[in-house]
Write a new protein. Sequence first.
Lengths: 556, 556
Amino acid sequence: MQSNKENVQDLISILVQSGLKHVVISPGSRNAPISYSFYHHPEVECYSIPDERVAGYFALGMSQFIKAPVAVVCTSGTAAYNYGPAVAEAFFQKTPLIVLTADRPEEWIAQGEGQSIFQNEIFGKHVRFFAQLKESSDKQARWFNQRKINEAWEACTLRTRGPVHLNIPLNEPLYDYADRIEQAPVKRTMDMQHALSESNWALIAKQISSTEKVMILITQNADLVNPEDLDKVAALNNVLVLTESTSNASSEHAITCIDRLLEGNSKEELSGFIPDLLITIGHNIISKKIKALLRSHPLKHWHVDESDRFLDTFQQLETTIPVNGKDFLAQMALRVETTINSKYHQFWMLREKAIQKKHSAVLASMPFSDMKAFELILAAIPEQTDLQMGNSSVVRYIQLYNSRRDLRYYGNRGTSGIDGCTSTAIGFALLNERVTSLISGDIAFFYDHNAFWHEHLPSNLKVIVVNNGGGGIFRIIPGPASSNALDACFETPHQRSAKSTAEDFGLPYFSAENEEELAEGLRALYASDGCSILEIFTPRLENDQVLHRYFAALKA
Amino acid sequence: MQSNKENVQDLISILVQSGLKHVVISPGSRNAPISYSFYHHPEVECYSIPDERVAGYFALGMSQFIKAPVAVVCTSGTAAYNYGPAVAEAFFQKTPLIVLTADRPEEWIAQGEGQSIFQNEIFGKHVRFFAQLKESSDKQARWFNQRKINEAWEACTLRTRGPVHLNIPLNEPLYDYADRIEQAPVKRTMDMQHALSESNWALIAKQISSTEKVMILITQNADLVNPEDLDKVAALNNVLVLTESTSNASSEHAITCIDRLLEGNSKEELSGFIPDLLITIGHNIISKKIKALLRSHPLKHWHVDESDRFLDTFQQLETTIPVNGKDFLAQMALRVETTINSKYHQFWMLREKAIQKKHSAVLASMPFSDMKAFELILAAIPEQTDLQMGNSSVVRYIQLYNSRRDLRYYGNRGTSGIDGCTSTAIGFALLNERVTSLISGDIAFFYDHNAFWHEHLPSNLKVIVVNNGGGGIFRIIPGPASSNALDACFETPHQRSAKSTAEDFGLPYFSAENEEELAEGLRALYASDGCSILEIFTPRLENDQVLHRYFAALKA
């Protein structure tokens, strides 16, 4: 059973033939023909999520996990706008999302009809492809629609991945059914790929081989890197590899705590840290400190990226190497043979070890606080867990601890918003067989309260909320901390607790306000059945001081 | 004290001099210079609201009440997108809103920096004016900024009101202060208005005077109509005035329950109801039935509107009369003298009385249900209350009961979304001295749970949630009701209760599940201190049948 509308039939036929498996539906009337046609399709799994902001991020989380397109379907009007945040995040995170917005027929827009806004190109530059489908069932219109639907699929899956948007005008009657029969034609162009020439590869390898200090910085979306290749390159005596947790590409020869290393060295000491050649793989660097440091020193920068040709993070980009990070490292592992005597790798790995010792010493006597809580959390997380890191202080705290190689780290670092971290984690966990832990700050958690409002809560999701009473990050950075408008303009002090959220949705809830309770709480959380929440209360007015003392001790 | 940034100083100086009094701040870092400069300004009241979707609608509610611009200020990134729904609603509701989005400097957009998206023109056609301010403090840049800020104020206040957007790039450091001294120049062009010529007015009056059946349909945003003028015109023997509640322009000579009247007459009887001349005042008609009926009969249609020149709701617009509804009715009250013998007014007023009797009879024996609950609610609301009607079934049920002339009726009928009804009501009530009652369905209420998440809850707000277990409206319309995908695609069945929301935010809570409890609940609600909530549980699977029986009885 499906709608008798040809544009809907073509839409569903082409997307499903192309491989679409998961469709998130926000209940509504105008989108009914699309919703029930997907719902009745045997090859599609549908999820009903009423809050469209949540639905968008939920779909993004699914897509983040399966690395394939997930569709979201909504009715007309402001519903579409509520997808905006997730669409922007998907764009900068390069995650494929197919946004299907039902609309009134074009001729009725801005004519006083309810639930109609300007949906044509509503997401602006935040989608990789947009088309306004036609309603007519004549031959020209169907040829147009079929072509556009095929284009949309390609645009979100080939090379630079990301969200695409199809706006679908639907006239009444919306509830006339037809049998599912015809299959619209799928058009797949062959995926033509350029390869680098042999001489290019040789030149790149030669330059790396002969440079005294080569830094390779690996960040988000590089998680298909081959570990053996990475290990081999990272062990070279003239190469220092830095990896952020979101790269999911750690190596024992690499440094995973960038901020900790930078805080543990004086400005003078860091002058030896500046590479001659910087190579970046992946995008959206978390560490502000490394960005600031490398921007302020002249160096040669190569960016490895198939799509973004002019991502000039350090304002001194020399070239973009237009391949993916996996291929790049594979070639380098094969070709690079250091030809010079360099202490770069050895020196900084030893520094890292020394700072790691200081880190452990400070932590041993640290009072209960945000910083201390993360030590206990990260140690207690079961093996082979997937972590979803909330924005914004959570992800920063996590970078101060060595990456665990058995964990995988994810987060919405495309635009780093706080608005959909929980929804993303829920969508992600739902398709995942591993235990998934969201670690969230209180503000991000309350912001996304409705993330739990549906029937699809995954039993493998364990949520940890670090509740420091509201927006503690603004006590850490110097400007707001000295402002007497702190409460009103920056922080969000509150008495809310995640307990209400747990009760609202009938979820098991645990809490902790000191080390012992936290240890017990973590045990209980991971032993509990189903999606459950552990809330950790930390001292709002002390967290920033603990962190400042920690940084001071690293320097001492 | 204010920021030392010239673009921020000019922004605040011009907006405050122009009359801006209320600023809603979403806490963040990039917007800090704007936030603390407003915060420290003695003539401005600031409100801190963390969820930007809520903040946008909260500001809209304030603006809906004071009928003057309210500003919202947010940080960069997806924060801005969360204003989207409120901006679209403000656009179609014609409510002035000044959206101020802080941004990274233009040269850093799409360069992998956190919290940066394409904010330039992000709201597309949903704002009446957009400008990207400059950061430079040179003379040309300041001249440009000052001009654009003045233009923005004008664009949202003169004639066609609505939202405007200024995107404000701000470089670090963000926390350097200066004394407040300089006042940037305010430029106000005189508000030049065209008046209709004497001959135009005479012609219009003559045509109305000599037409047998003139229908005047008054809808949203017509609420400045002079009651005496309306009474005089509405009493004419050839004129039938229909008013929707959102017009706040009722008259004893007018019909306020359009759907009830249409349901109470057969198709044949309604042929006598079709006017020769239809005049519409205001926009966004709630009644789908009147739209469908009048579209299907040839008639002459004049639309009275200062701004929308081609709002052709019935696909047979003859002309737009480019004045506001108040002036139009004043002129008609002065000039129209019916010159023909017409029974149009008398006949339909009598029919209305007969149907009103049937309505009362059916209600007397109606079981407890959504429909019945509205009778009790509307009778119990204290005198001189302002009503905020939630979308979408609530506003439709309310239209079935005679408008109370001591009440004022509001709702987000610009785009009729469910996403911000509570937030709008809270902002509205906060600046209002009258008691304000939000009546909301359960889905809209849960959708906007975060509406209560801030320190500005108005003690004069009484919230009534009609909880029918999830999206009952889809059981009323025929298509979805017969679909076996009802749960997944249309309704949002749930076990949530507003009690959790009340507990989450520490609000008094009452509940009712039958007539007696409802009467008691309403008494308790209006007697309680502060912002409080009454939740009414109605039978999910019976509400639609009760309503269908009601309509059948009107026809009988």
